[in-house]
Design a protein around this ligand. Structure first.
Ligand code: PMP
Length: 344
């Protein structure tokens, strides 16, 4: 366990070992104890630091990467930031193909961290040459000596969480965790964490959080890709229009779908009630707990761990902007925005 009162060689030594914080108010009307794994305590402010560092170090161990080489990735922002951070310390060039759905502040942050950023249209299919997948693939072919992280299809993504997030949660709860609730984007976080936890105790229930407009939940239930499930939604980093191989569906007991609107309000409620300034998907994960709690799914002695993947500061022009909320129709009027500023 690393201690905050020691001197570190560089920021990368601070990746992982994030705190587990008891949620005292937001879920108090439900039976059970609720704890958040607050991933914004990573130096890059998200869970993606874990996979960036792990995958890059695995490539170094295999002799694939040497200083000056280029690392390429498709990213909704967080993974890009983490790869850029690791690249700075280790001396790599970082090239990122990002979705136009990503917030402007995220893109500016990536540039600040020295990354070369290609912004690609969000609502085209994955095999369209303009999609961020195809752009990244093309760049990988063009840039000699480049490594493509490919987080949706890289099983090292699962390993990173199997080796870090899973053991941390097991130790922090002293083996008493009964439920894990986590968003599924690439699926790496939930699959790797769940794999470790279920090896310790197969009775632990693992609940994935998916967006309306994503195929993941339906695929989990039917093992069939249903195009009709796909339509645009606003939450970044959650759900997908394809089936990632970085998701081990056998590790997940069930999925819960959440709306853009309820997740946005819930992210705000987490900040106001717990003092934890979290990102949009943390609101989504908490919204899933609310839905499960309302169905009476938790018992008095349950210990429910929810993963909060990133920090709220990345969403100032979105979820935490009253104007944005109003523009989405999430407030009936700007006056209602003011009314939302209540104590929970
Ligand atoms: N929340 C945010 C903000 C993310 O960027 C991501 C990653 N796309 C996730 C949740 C989901 O994590 P994972 O990719 O490990 O499923």
């Amino acid at each position: 366990m690393k201690h905050r009162n020691q001197v570190f060689d560089n920021v990368l030594d601070l990746v992982g070992n994030t705190p587990l914080v008891k949620l005292n108010k937001i879920a108090s009307k439900f039976k059970g104890n609720f704890f958040a794994k607050v991933e914004s305590f990573n130096p890059g402010h998200s869970s993606k630091d874990r996979i960036a560092l792990y995958i890059i170090e695995q490539a170094e161990k295999k002799g694939i990467l040497s200083p000056g080489d280029t690392i390429i990735e498709t990213t909704s922002g967080n993974t890009g930031f983490s790869i850029a951070m690791v690249s700075i310390i280790k001396g790599y060039d970082c090239v990122l193909a990002v979705s136009s759905k990503s917030s402007a502040d995220k893109i500016d942050m990536l540039k600040t961290m020295g990354a070369k950023v290609y912004v690609c249209p969000a609502h085209v299919s994955a095999d369209d040459p303009r999609s961020y997948y195809q752009v990244a693939k093309r760049l990988h072919e063009e840039i000699k000596g480049s490594v493509y992280i490919n987080q949706y299809f890289n099983e090292l993504n699962i390993d990173a969480h199997y080796k870090s997030t899973g053991p941390e949660i097991w130790n922090q709860t002293e083996g008493k965790i009964t439920h894990l609730v986590a968003c599924s984007g690439t699926g790496g976080t939930i699959s790797g964490t769940a794999k470790y936890l279920k090896e310790q105790n197969p009775d632990i229930k693992v609940i994935g959080v998916d967006a309306f407009g994503s195929v993941i939940k339906k695929y989990h239930e039917t093992r069939e890709f249903d195009e009709k499930e796909i339509y645009p939604y606003r939450i970044e980093g959650l759900g997908k229009n394809l089936i990632p191989t970085a998701t081990d569906f056998d590790m997940i007991d069930e999925f819960v779908k959440v709306t853009d609107e309820e997740s946005a309000h819930m992210a705000r409620a987490v900040a106001k009630s717990e003092g934890l300034f979290v990102g949009y998907t943390s609101g989504a994960a908490m919204q899933a707990i609310k839905q499960l709690g309302e169905e009476g799914r938790f018992k008095k002695d349950d210990n429910v761990v929810v993963i909060f993947p990133d920090h709220g500061s990345r969403y100032m022009s979105k979820v935490y902007s009253d104007k944005w909320m109003n523009d989405q129709g999430f407030f009936d009027s700007i006056n209602e925005a003011a009314a939302q500023n209540i104590q929970y």
